[in-house]
Design a protein around this ligand. Sequence first.
Ligand code: RB5
Length: 147
Amino acid sequence: MKNVYIGCDHAALEMKNMLIGHVNSLGYSVTDVGTYTSDSVDYPVYAKKVALAVREDEGSLGILICGTGIGMSIAANKVKGIRAAAVSEVYSAKMTRLHNDANIVCLGARVIGPETAKMIVEAFLSTEYEGGRHQRRVDMISEMEGI
Ligand code: RB5
């Protein structure tokens, strides 16, 4: 089973806590990097924590949640080796694993409801990268890192 790293800002504390229970119930080991209270925090801090953890732990996946999922994805994608996808529905959650080899999924706690979030996370974690013709494109993305 993959290791999963999860982080959020103050806008998404409730959704993060709910998702930790769900991901645990699916049999994954989950590491929660915070935030742990509803005090206002800066989402890039948590994006960086999850991105570095995912990069260090080969084969692991990450979940980042803020108000929209967008700030987290922009921040996490600055870290070399990270492909973070902001997703609001299940089809894209699956496709970004299959085609983009995304290693972090970003969710908007003010955009989607808890049941959609659970389904997205389940699809993201259980779908494997297809490789093949997609590898050349993923390699092209890697080559752009640090431009
Ligand atoms: C916090 O108010 C909000 O800006 C943050 O959660 C996120 O939506 C940023 O992208």
